[in-house]
Design a protein around this ligand. Structure first.
Ligand code: JF5
Length: 237
């Protein structure tokens, strides 16, 4: 990871799930300060744009120098809205690969020669503008890190299966069984594991139909089996 805010990245990657994965030697996350290679007294990383206009642009020299100094894992991906949008498939691909590096842009953008001659691609986390790539990089790290075997224990595989299934999660409940008159559905306390599994599947389907019909569309609509489950467990059952 290349950034002008290495402390920000380390503060997050040193804690949480990523910190644990690192301590266990499962994740190798390295942060590199783009200012480390600056030559001037002000340690400048940005300058005004040729052709005029507002704001500043990240200069090519410190970025090329920082990257060439460490010869990082490739692909080197620049965070920014021009890239391929991160989703669970992209996260899975990155987790399954041999490693990758992230470059965090800032200000109005990065000198185009970095895009043309240094990075291998661009990665977005969605269609909105951020002040810099750092928060986006943390999103990528967390989404990918939790998929690395061992980082989350065996909880990940099951949970991952449910997303690769393209459905939203079923509702979860814990104690107390009654909270302010609101009861946990009887089926979850019945001890009938097969029935619990069918109820959860029905709730996932119903929730996805209601909130994310695009995901149902992407799966090619509801199957006959899906329809049967929805009929067995109507809303409120
Ligand atoms: C960035 C120059 C990058 O704004 C983003 C972003 C939006 N979606 N995904 C990433 O990245 C920060 C700011 C300025 C380049």
């Amino acid at each position: 990871m290349f950034t002008i805010f290495p402390d920000l990245i380390e503060g997050f990657a040193g804690k949480s799930l990523l910190g644990k994965g690192r301590e266990r030697g499962l994740l190798d996350i390295r942060t590199h300060d783009l200012r480390s290679q600056t030559q001037d007294p002000h340690r400048s990383v940005d300058d005004s744009p040729f052709g005029g206009g507002a704001g500043m642009v990240l200069m090519p020299e410190p970025i090329f120098a920082a990257v060439e100094q460490v010869d990082p894992p490739r692909p080197l991906l620049l965070l920014g809205p021009a890239g391929r949008t991160l989703d669970q498939s992209v996260a899975r691909e990155l987790a399954a690969g041999d490693g990758f590096s992230l470059l965090c842009g800032r200000y109005e953008g990065v000198d185009a020669r970095v895009v043309d001659h240094l990075v291998d691609g661009e990665l977005s986390i969605g269609d909105y503008v951020l002040g810099g790539g750092e928060v986006a990089a943390l999103v990528v790290l967390e989404a990918v890190g939790r998929l690395v075997p061992g980082v989350m224990g065996n909880a990940t595989s099951a949970d991952e299966e449910s997303f690769s299934d393209g459905l939203l999660e079923y509702p979860h409940y814990t104690r107390p069984a009654t909270f302010r008159d609101w009861e946990v559905p009887d089926v979850l306390r019945s001890g009938d594991h097969a029935r619990v599994a069918r109820w959860r599947r029905a709730r996932s389907l119903a929730r996805t139909v209601r909130s994310r019909p695009d995901l149902i569309e992407a799966r090619g609509g509801l199957s006959a089996e899906d329809e049967v489950l929805l009929a067995e467990f109507p809303e409120g059952s």
